[in-house]
Design a protein. Structure first.
Length: 55
């Protein structure tokens, strides 16, 4: 019983070492289309509109 508990705990904690961290790249502007859903002209138009709202 104790041996199986130790084995289960070992397997549970040993897999945590294989987890990967995901750090997205730093934002370059106000519009960040990481999914590539917008065309470049749409991104530029949104960027211009958001900058005008900010100012």
């Amino acid at each position: 019983m104790r041996r199986s508990l130790i084995l289960i705990l070992f397997l549970a904690f040993s897999t945590a070492g294989f987890a990967q961290d995901f750090y997205p790249s730093q934002p370059t502007g106000m519009v960040n289309d990481f999914a590539d859903m917008l065309t470049s002209s749409e991104e530029q138009r949104l960027e211009t509109k958001l900058r005008s709202y900010r100012d």
